[in-house]
Design a protein around this ligand. Structure first.
Ligand SMILES: Nc1ncnc2c1ncn2[C@@H]1O[C@H](COP(=O)(O)OP(=O)(O)O)[C@@H](O)[C@H]1O
Ligand SMILES: [Mg+2]
Length: 256
């Protein structure tokens, strides 16, 4: 995949900064390569991850305990990301991968920092994926407004919603979420609904903080001793390896 020079530099610089955070995809390095038509291409070499959360959710809804573990872990990772001054801005199922490891445990890994920023001045740019954008992001440029890291909590809320419902191909439901309308799956617990409504509060100032997510009763109740489990072997051909595998993933970029 090829991107512009500024995108390549942004993503590698930001991933470099986030290296100590275990739930962020690990960047081994950037290799500059051949010139093609005067342009220099490069390859980002990253930790090889397993299937994305979209791959898992396409098979159908996950159990509440599984989703609670994933949401908790993502919230903890995002806390580290935000503490490093970075906002992801494009959180969605397909940008969250899973750790490759021996146990059949879902350990989410946040990837694709292609539109992430560590510059507060950029928090007035419209970016991300329309289907998943927080309401305050939609008209930010038209009205000369700005937004906060709360856009990532919105993204996390949509991820939780989709994991509990199964992957939604259509954009319609996400538009409804931005109007405060939820189409809950049958039998979803009131506590799960309460957490999701808190993460998807239309007002970013009233939206839950990551600490409030981590300490929400539904998370505490469902994340006691056991970890989320699911059959993810079928998505990754049964292959498992240790974190920061010796078989890296690569992403092609235009670097100059
Ligand atoms: N570290 C990784 N391990 C395994 N697959 C990856 C990894 N990074 C990216 N991919 C694969 O490449 C696809 C595109 O990567 P991503 O970083 O999301 O870039 P973009 O969405 O901007 O094209 C992902 O959906 C995934 O299938
Ligand atoms: Mg992506």
């Amino acid at each position: 995949m090829f991107k512009s020079e500024s995108c390549a530099e942004r993503e590698t610089r930001i991933l470099d900064k986030l290296r100590p955070i275990p739930g962020v995809v690990f960047l081994h390095g950037l290799r500059r390569e051949r010139k093609v038509g005067g342009r220099c291409f490069g390859t980002m070499v990253m930790e090889l991850c397993g299937p994305s959360l979209r791959d898992l959710a396409m098979k159908g809804p996950l159990r509440e305990e599984e989703v609670a573990e994933i949401v908790k872990e993502l919230a903890e990772t995002l806390k580290g990301v935000h503490s490093s001054g970075v906002v992801h801005r494009d959180l969605k199922l397909e940008n969250v991968f899973t750790k490759l490891q021996d146990a059949s445990t879902i350990r989410p890994v946040i990837g694709d920092f292609g539109v992430a920023t560590d510059d507060a001045r950029e928090m007035s740019q419209s970016c991300g994926t329309e289907k998943y954008m927080a309401p305050e992001l939609i008209f930010v440029e038209r009205y000369g407004l700005s937004y906060t890291k709360a856009v990532d909590v919105w993204g996390l809320g949509v991820i939780a919603y989709e994991l509990l419902k199964g992957y939604q191909r259509s954009n319609l439901e996400m538009h409804l979420l931005r109007e405060g309308e939820f189409q809950w799956p049958a039998n979803l617990s009131p506590e799960a609904k309460n957490l999701i409504m808190g993460m998807l509060d239309l007002d970013p100032r009233k939206r839950l903080t990551l600490d409030q997510v981590i300490n929400h009763p539904w998370i505490l109740e469902n994340c006691s001793t056991t970890r989320a489990t699911a059959n993810i072997t079928s998505c990754c051909g049964g292959k498992r390896s240790t974190p920061h595998s010796s078989h890296p993933a690569v992403k092609k970029l235009r670097v100059a």
